[in-house]
Every structure is written in C-alpha cells, then in structure tokens.
Design a protein around this ligand. Structure first.
Ligand SMILES: Nc1ncnc2c1ncn2[C@@H]1O[C@H](COP(=O)(O)OP(=O)(O)OP(=O)(O)O)[C@@H](O)[C@H]1O
Length: 606
C-alpha cells in the first residue's frame, strides 16, 4: 500500500529502509508474521462458506471431493481445521506484535542515539543555524512518531495489502464477474488515498515544523526565566507562546480537516462494491449459477475487505506523519561533519604546550566578521594575554584553537603539529578551557569538578578545588562535594560557578590552559583568589588568557591587542606602555592615571 504515498514519502521510506539495513532480518520476520496472521484471519470466513456448502450439498460438497464422504465427518474435519486456523492466527498475532514492537523500540533508541551522536559532532555553525528546540523536537518527537508507526501502523499497512490480494484471489476463483464488481471501487479508493496524502503530506510537515517552534520557544523561555522575571515580561512571553501554540493548533486543524473527510468518502465507495456483490451474487445464487456456500464467502469477505480499507486513511495518515518525521531525522543524520576528526592520530606526547597561529583568517557565515591574518607564537610554559574591545575577535581565536570552527586561511599548530591533522579528543584533551559563560551540568559539585576526569580520586578533586580557591565555599555547602548544583548550576553564585569551572579545568591537568575572561563575572575578592591560584596554576603550563581588566595580565609574557579581528599591538606590559598606543591609553584609563583618556580607549574599562 506504500504505493499510495507521495514520491516524497516513498523516498523517505526508501531512505528509512536503507538506514535500517541492520534490522532487515527483523523487518522480514515481522512482515512475514503479519502476512501469515492476516491469511489465518481471513480463513474462517472461507470455512463458513465451506460449512454452508457441506450442509447444503452434503455428499456433493467441496470437502467430499477431498475424500471425506459423510457430512458429519466433513463438519468434524472443518472443526479441526478451524481450531488450527484460530490457534495459528493467535500465535502469529503474538509473534508479529512482539517483533514489530521490539523493532520499534530498538530502532527508536538507536536512531535517537545516532542523531544525538551525529549532532554532537557537527560544527558550531550548525548549532547557531538551528534552534535547540528544533533539534530536541527531531530527536524526541520525530523519533517517537516513527516508533508509533512501527508499533502498529506498519503492520496495518501490510495487512491491508494482504487482505486486498488474498480476498481478491478468492473472489476471482469463485466468480470473476463478482470480483470485478466488488473491486470496482478500489481504483477510486487508491485515487482517494493519493489525493488525500498529497493534501495531507505538506500539512503534516507543517505540523512537525510547528512542534519544533513550540519546543524551541518553551526551552528558550525556561532557560531565560530569570530575564523574563526581571523585565516582568511574563505576559508578553505568555502571549508569544500562545501565538506559536495557536499556530500549532491551526496547522493541526488544517491536517484534521483533510484527514477526517477521507473515511466517509471511502466508506461510500466501498458500500457500492458491497451492494454489487450482495445483489448480483444473490441473483446468481437464486438462479443456481453460484454455489450458496460461495455466495456466503463473497458476502462475508466483502465485509473483510471493507473495514481494513476504511482504516487505510488512518494508516496512511500515520505513515505520512512517520515519513515527515523520518525525513527530518535522516536529514539531520545527513548533515556533513565539516570539522574532520583524525581519530587515529593523537598529538604526540609528552606535550610541551607550544601554540602557534600562522596567518589565521576566519569569518562567521552569519555575520561576515571574524579574524584576519592573525599570527601568534606562544612558547611552551608562557602566558599570552589577548586584549581588545568587545567583539574584536578574541574568543574567536580560542574557538579556532579548540577547532569549533576551522580557519579559512592559515593554520594553528600545537608543538609544531597542525591541529587539523590530529584527533579532536587529543587536541581538546590538551586544552583546559574556562570560558566566559560557565556551564555546569545538573549533578553534584563533585560531578562537575570531575567532569573531564570522572575517574579522579576524592583527593584529586579536593586538590583541584583548593587550587581554584573553591574548597573554602564547598566545605560550607550543606552536603559538601555532594551538594547538587541545580540545573546549569543555578544554586551557586556566579563567582562560585567560575571557581568550579576553574577547578574542573585544573583537574584535567592540561598542558594548555585557556581563560576566556575567567574573572569577568566575579567580585574583587574572587578575582584576587583566582589571580593567586593562576600564578600557581600557570606554573609549567601554557596559559592563554583574555581579560578586560588589564591589572590581571600585567605579568603575561606577551600581550597582544586585537582590534577588528587583527593584531594591532604586541609586546610586554612595559614595552606596550613605552609604545604609548591603545594599550597604554587604556591602562591609564583603568588605573585612573588619565581620566581624560576614557573616551578614547578602544578597550573597554573594567
Ligand atoms: N557564532 C557567531 N556567528 C556570527 N558572528 C559571530 C559569532 N560569534 C561571534 N561573532 C561575531 O564575531 C566578532 C568577534 O566575536 P568574539 O566573540 O571573538 O569577540 P571577543 O573579542 O571575544 O568579544 P568579547 O570581549 O565581548 O568577548 C563579533 O563581532 C561577533 O559579533
């Protein structure tokens, strides 16, 4: 019956079958059980006809010709046959249900994991182009939609097909004339199904789209609940949610209008076939041209044809939804991974931690800004500070070092090894990142510190917490290291989160430590604490730090000023002061030496 689907749905089905190659055996087994079950299911109607034939024709019946002469014997044989047919039907129903349902479970679990794993490997540009809500909708709702279809729809679709073929065969054997009459509505039904699905397909695609929008708005709003409260924009946000929610209702309403019309129309078409069998068959039987038993079989079987075909619309409906979802899932799986991972080539150990940027250029597709021809050399164990106005491209350089994106020109090396020629795991494993927006996972303080090294011992976790000056506050938390931090760490203060994030990076013990405004969200006391620990931490490691407060980078081995994505000044704190450029001007602003410079500084003040 899949032939009634649009080329798009059919293509989606083919893609799904190709994806599900590993499940082929299970699909064949489940399909076979569905077919056998349906054949057993139709058989009792035929047996009723045969029984009527036995009663009416007795010694001249169809069963008599098989060698069972007395009518009693014949009825007995039919009873035994009926028993086995019913038993067979039950056994195969049990089998196909188990097979389809388990297949649905296996496939949905594997698909969800596959899409998630694939999405994790996509570059950051993909996540910036898609809302997280849309991705959640695909990995959750779309996968569930497919599960629903495999749970019941696939079997129904196969069984409708088997019914039409098997009933058709019986009809033609008994009376080709009546078969022709009974089957005349079928082209109309098929055409109706085509027409319906052509109308319904895009409507369901729209419904899926709206589900994504809804999920997107919900997750965005819940994540930003504090901002909503602070701006008292609850009413406005509720209104915006209502709009997307209503759009979903409207999309569904359009789909419902089309899908609901189908069943009544189809039923009338089938009724025509039923009436034809009923009257013409009756006439033929009265004239003696049709065996009474055969007439009974035809009338009962027309019923058997009628009901599954009225259900066809619902099954196609389910199929359409499932294929709309399949397309979205497989489209996500087909997004190419642009940041190539050389799994088998780790960075050569032991790492010294030398970092080189050679003529690196990169532009974000979305904004056409980025960095231009940046060259940096950080010898192992040195500290490099990047300073510059907000939006000048400092964090972009860090993202390129971590290969969240690949540069369009130039290259980056660690210990002389091009970072795009080594495995992402070893590259990112070599870098400890403390970023501006600290992300903590729901779990305990301990889970979060040990995130990069779950096997770390308690002593190591405590040591990292002490070095990051976090131990003092952890000790006084209600459950110490086992205190839950809440979703995204909401139960901790900004400074506490910052320190946990530092402890987490330290526990990894990376040869390269990147601090992207690690002191931006903290008070003076926390900043001083982090500064203290930084001196300890920086010992024997390469440190790249981005800072707006210039006081925190005075001791850096080299300070590089970035403006508009380019390096404009570089040197030590002292040499830059002597050069008397932007850095020197900003330094004076921040230290209050020359308040008049405040308006000139390209660098923002603390
Ligand atoms: N994902 C993105 N897509 C498009 N443009 C981006 C993206 N991320 C950053 N940009 C743009 O690239 C430029 C450099 O951003 P970057 O984050 O590197 O600045 P920054 O120097 O670290 O700023 P800050 O000091 O405020 O953190 C900015 O103009 C920013 O708007």
């Amino acid at each position: 019956m899949t032939t009634t689907a649009s080329p798009n749905s059919f293509q989606a089905l083919v893609r799904l079958l190709r994806y599900a190659r590993g499940y082929r055996r299970r699909i064949v087994a489940a399909t076979s059980c569905s077919i056998v079950n349906k054949i057993f299911d139709i058989a009792p109607e035929i047996l009723i006809g045969v029984a009527i034939d036995v009663v009416v024709n007795q010694e001249r019946s169809f069963v008599a010709r098989l060698g069972f002469t007395t009518p009693q014997e014949q009825i007995f044989v039919l009873a035994i046959l009926t028993f086995f047919i019913w038993a067979g039907e039950s056994i195969f129903e049990y089998l196909y249900k188990i097979l389809w349902r388990n297949l649905a479970q296996r496939l949905q679990a594997d698909m969800r994991l596959d899409t998630y794993e694939h999405a994790q490997r996509l570059d950051m540009a993909y996540f910036e182009s898609k809302s997280s809500g849309q991705l959640v909708a695909t990995m959750n709702d779309d996968v569930n939609q497919l599960e629903r279809f495999l749970d019941g729809g696939a079997n129904s679709l196969i069984q409708v097909g088997v019914t039409v073929v098997a009933v058709g065969a019986v009809f033609f054997v008994i009376s080709p004339l009546i078969a022709l009459l009974a089957f005349t509505p079928i082209p109309l039904i098929i055409w109706g199904a085509f027409f319906f699905q052509r109308k319904a397909g895009p409507l369901y695609a729209d419904v899926r789209e709206k589900v994504g929008d809804l999920a997107s708005r919900l997750s965005n709003n819940l994540a930003g609940i504090a901002t909503i409260k602070s701006f008292t924009s609850e009413a406005r946000e509720a209104e915006r949610l209502r709009e997307v929610s209503e759009a979903y209702v409207a999309a569904n309403r359009r789909a419902i209008r089309v899908s609901s019309a189908f069943i009544p129309v189809i039923r009338m078409a089938i009724l025509a076939g039923f009436l034809a069998t009923f009257t013409v068959g009756g006439m033929l039987a009265l004239r003696g041209d049709l065996n009474v038993g055969a007439y009974g079989v035809l009338v009962f079987l027309t019923q058997r044809l009628l009901w599954p075909l009225t259900g066809l619309a619902e099954v196609i409906d389910l199929f359409e939804r499932a294929m709309a979802s399949t397309r979205r899932i497989l489209d996500l799986l087909a997004v190419p991974i642009t940041v190539r991972d050389n799994h088998d080539t780790p960075l050569t150990e032991p790492l010294r931690g030398e970092v080189d940027f050679e003529g690196v250029s990169f532009r974000y597709a979305a904004s056409d800004v980025g960095v231009e021809n940046v060259s940096l050399h950080v010898p192992a164990g040195h500290t490099l500070a990047l300073v510059g106005a907000t939006g000048s491209g400092k964090s972009t350089l860090i993202k390129l070092l971590l290969r969240f994106y690949d540069p369009s020109a130039g290259g980056i090396r660690i210990d002389g090894q091009p970072i795009d020629a080594v495995s992402l795991a070893s590259l990112r494993g070599a870098i400890g990142l403390v970023s501006q927006d600290v992300y903590l996972f729901e779990g305990s303080v301990r889970d979060n510190i040990a995130y990069g090294r779950p096997e770390a011992s308690e002593a190591e976790v405590v040591e990292a917490a002490k070095t990051a000056e976090a131990w003092e506050f952890i000790q006084v938390l209600p459950q110490g290291l086992d205190t839950p931090v809440g979703e995204r760490g909401v139960r901790l203060s900004g400074g506490q989160r910052q320190r946990l994030s530092l402890a987490r990076a330290l526990l990894k013990d990376p040869p390269i430590l990147v601090l992207d405004e690690a002191t931006s969200a903290v008070d003076n006391e926390t900043e001083a604490a982090i500064q203290r620990s930084l001196r300890r931490i920086g010992h024997g490691r390469t440190v790249i730090m981005i800072a707006h407060r210039l006081s925190t980078i005075v001791h850096a081995d080299e300070i590089v000023v970035i403006e508009g994505g380019r390096v404009t000044e570089r040197g030590t704190h002292d040499s830059l002061l002597v050069a008397n450029g932007r850095y020197a001007a900003q330094w004076r602003v921040q230290t209050g030496a020359l308040a008049a410079d405040a308006g000139l500084g390209a660098l923002p003040s603390a």
